[in-house]
Design a protein around this ligand. Structure first.
Ligand code: AMO
Length: 434
């Protein structure tokens, strides 16, 4: 009677086992042949001394095509030649699925494959342990995020992704035909998370897709990403929100370092956890830092990708990977951000990690009259946002919040070259399939 085992649990104490997986490789060395079977956890070697194995079995196993899916039953033997310290001497096998030849791309070949080829054949790409490790870490990240939010009293919510109006500017809205009416894919849960502050739920968070019709092809923009949003009431200033984000990111990074050891080892990476609190730079200080480094921007200008990168370099030289850029010009920030009264600035912040924005947020304008005024100033028609502004008319506490691009956080943590590495099936300007 054979027992089922995967490569993680198999041991020399087993006598007969059945393993199931993909045929990663077959090596024929004349008198002896090896079939390497891969499953979710790793690989195991099936060893076939020609003289000791029935000819049909030997023939059947050695002629399998790479990546075919099989189950193999046999005896476990200790071996000092394999990583696991064991090998399997087969007695029977079953072919579940025969892989066509040639493969669209290799799984173990050391040749460099273009990202497009990898993404076109993502099912194959994900058979590589170092690619799967990224998504195992992403899943762990969610587990840690939920832990951090629950322990800080946040309620998880889900808001609509088909919406009547955008919150983050018209240029990145995807338009839909909603039974003859115009509708859009949600760019962020912004309006809904703020409306929830008027309900008394006080602290809410959401992890869900956000859609942006980004017209540029960059290594940090996609048209669909996972946004981790939080909103909290009764804040005294934006610093309360910033401290909360620090607590959460610290929990996530420490947790990944500790619980993601195996995956990090597969990737050959370590996580450096920046100490909290993170340094705060104001927008105005950033302009001065950039000017000293030879980049002249006018007050009110967007720092831009180049500016962000340069500040990242300056901060890296000071040993800082994670830092805030706060108090942006109010003109640069959306209508829902509170102005810093009497100044051209606002109670807003971005969190930058190694020279790239991974989050933005701030204190919100919770006063109805000021909100409506600010919407008009931004060229918006407050009436088309009635459903949102109504929530401010009848009692709204002071509040603030943030949006974190989950993939950007992961990619920066692992120093991956492209945000697409952290998305199973990325969507961008040119990619709609798979
Ligand atoms: P913002 O538009 O800055 O703010 O978005 C928040 C975070 O989302 C990520 N992000 C993206 N990631 C990948 N591809 C994109 N195209 C993309 N666009 C944004 C970034 C960014 O920092 N409602 C506000 C947040 C708030 O104030 O609560 C908002 O959406 O990491």
């Amino acid at each position: 009677m054979s027992v089922l085992r995967d490569s993680k649990t198999i041991s020399a104490a087993d006598t007969a086992v059945t393993i199931k997986g993909w045929v990663q490789d077959i090596r024929n060395l004349g008198g002896i042949s090896f079939v390497i079977i891969r499953d979710r956890y790793g690989t195991i070697q099936v060893t076939m001394p020609k003289k000791k194995i029935a000819p049909e079995l030997f023939e059947g196993l050695t002629t399998l095509s790479r990546e075919s899916v099989v189950s193999i039953t046999g005896d476990v033997k200790t071996s000092d030649q394999t990583e696991l310290g064991v090998e399997i001497i087969p007695s029977s096998f079953e072919l579940y699925s025969n892989a066509a030849v040639p493969l669209p791309m290799g799984v173990i070949d050391k040749v460099n494959v273009e990202m497009d080829t990898r993404l076109n054949n993502r099912f194959m790409d994900l058979r590589k342990p170092e690619i799967r490790a990224i998504f195992e870490l992403k899943s762990l990240m969610l587990e840690l995020l939920n832990e951090a939010m629950t322990s800080n009293g946040f309620l998880q919510v889900f808001t609509p992704k088909v919406v009547a109006s955008g919150a983050e500017g018209g240029s990145t809205l995807f338009k839909l035909d909603y039974f003859g009416r115009p509708a859009y894919l949600a760019q962020s849960p912004q309006l809904y998370k703020q409306m929830l502050m008027s309900t008394g739920l006080d602290r809410i968070y959401e992890v869900g897709p956000a859609f942006r019709a980004e017209h540029s092809n960059t290594n940090r923009h996609v048209t669909e990403f996972i946004s981790f949003d939080g909103e909290m009431s009764w804040i005294s200033s934006q610093s309360d929100v910033m401290s909360m984000i620090e607590k959460i990111i610290d929990h996530i990074l420490n947790g990944l370092k500790e619980k993601g050891k195996k995956q990090l080892a597969v990737l050959g990476k370590d996580v450096n956890v920046p100490s909290v609190p993170y340094p705060v730079l104001t927008y105005s200080e950033c302009l001065k830092m950039l000017s000293s480094a030879g980049m002249e921007l006018k007050d009110g200008d967007d720092l831009g990708t180049e500016g962000e990168k340069l500040i990242g370099d300056i901060m890296a030289a000071k040993g800082q990977e994670m830092y805030w850029i706060a108090e942006y010009p109010e003109l640069e920030k959306p209508f829902y951000i509170m102005e810093k009264d009497g100044t051209p600035y606002s109670f807003s912040f971005d969190l930058d990690y190694k020279g790239q924005e991974i989050s933005s947020g701030g204190q919100r304008e919770h006063r109805y009259d000021k909100l409506v005024e600010r919407m008009k100033k931004k060229g918006l028609d407050p009436e088309s946002f009635d459903f949102y502004t109504d929530a401010f008319k009848y009692g709204m506490p002071p509040h603030g919040g943030w949006g974190i691009g989950l993939e950007r956080l992961l990619v920066k943590m692992l120093d991956l070259p492209n945000i697409r590495e952290a998305i199973l099936f990325p969507r961008d300007l040119s990619r709609l399939s798979p």
